[in-house]
Write a protein that binds this ligand. Structure first.
Ligand code: SF4
Ligand code: FES
Length: 322
């Protein structure tokens, strides 16, 4: 076992554990935000830089600090390593820069975006973003691409995290879409306009951290904060059949996978459960699902928020900004 200290809290972890995974084991404010890493997707991480941390001691044997901030999602811990996340002013400053870059081309269309209320970028911007932008340049624009009848792509909201491509590749065994071009012209598209028509394609909606991929059967029907999340299950031959049903009264507005406190799906679900079973009779309801993840939309978040405060994107706690 390796000993690692993150924000002055020591924990013992297995060799090969990344700094982000170790921080998640500790929990609370120690956990860095993650926009591209996804536990269940092999090869995810290393793309968005929102999880940057400072390594002030490389290991017990090598007490030198690492020369630059490192991406915690793809840096394995060393025995005796000391890491600073939230307690480091340098990390907080760098995170502000990352948010600013992620927003350079992202539209500020939260009022009409179905992801509002559960958008990682919205929460990250609320926590670390600037009140004003330094850019005047127009945002990127894309031609509308119809990727399939069930999933709506808004390419201008995409942050190039690559999660959806990995999800398609690893869950369905037949990748039908990927990244085209490079740098700021990069876009998600289906190869030769092939439609994404496999049984698990809907999970791309759940893994997308922003509103770039949304559920066409739910689009513009309601805001997520008006709905009650309920745990429900059914016998399903394709998936675990365990879902969260988002309800208004007795009506099911949408079905999603059950997500943990880090916003990651516990078990992926099939398209039949997600898109076709919207009748309460289709499900055995288990009771209200507690959403542990905090969001900018959470009730009363604004009340104790003073100008310039930092809101922690996972814990929802606030602290004055230096
Ligand atoms: S569409 Fe969503 S999941 Fe796919 S790369 Fe863009 S932001 Fe990531
Ligand atoms: S979560 Fe680590 S780089 Fe994106």
């Amino acid at each position: 076992m390796f000993r690692v200290t993150i924000d002055n809290i020591e924990i013992k972890v297995e060799e090969g554990t990344t700094i982000l995974q170790a921080a998640r084991m500790i929990g609370g404010k120690v956990v860095p935000p993650a926009m591209c890493y996804y536990t269940k997707l092999r090869g995810s991480g290393g793309k968005c830089r929102s999880c940057l941390v400072k390594v002030t001691r490389s290991s017990g044997k090598d007490p030198r600090p690492m020369p630059k901030l490192v991406a915690s999602c793809c840096t394995p811990v060393q025995d005796g390593m000391v890491v600073e996340n939230n307690i480091s002013a340098e990390v907080r400053e760098a995170r502000k820069g990352v948010v600013e870059f992620l927003l350079v081309n992202h539209p500020l269309d939260c009022p009409v975006c179905d992801q509002a209320g559960e958008c990682d970028l919205q929460d990250l911007s609320f926590g670390y973003g600037l009140e004003e932008t330094n850019t005047r340049e127009p945002r990127r624009e894309y031609a509308d691409v119809d990727i399939c009848p069930l999933i709506k792509l808004h390419m201008n909201r995409c942050i190039h995290c690559y999660r959806c491509v990995l999800a398609a590749e690893q869950l369905t065994g037949r990748r039908a879409h990927g990244m085209l071009y490079r740098a700021d012209t990069m876009e998600i598209s289906t190869f030769i306009q092939t439609t994404i028509d496999n049984d698990f394609s809907g999970n791309m909606i759940d893994v997308c951290p922003v509103g770039a991929l949304t559920d066409r059967t739910f689009r513009f029907k309601s805001r997520v904060w008006f709905l009650n999340p309920v745990n429900a299950h059914r016998e399903c031959s394709k998936c675990c059949g365990k879902v969260t049903a988002w309800m208004f009264g007795n009506e099911i507005y949408r079905i999603t996978g059950r997500k943990d406190r880090f916003g990651e799906v516990e078990e992926f679900i099939c398209n039949e459960c997600r898109f076709e079973k919207k009748d309460i009779q289709d499900w055995v309801t288990e009771g209200p699902r507690k959403i542990r993840r905090q969001s900018v939309i959470s009730a009363n978040q604004y009340e104790h928020l003073k100008k310039g405060s930092i809101i922690h994107p996972i814990e929802g706690t606030t602290e004055p900004q230096e």
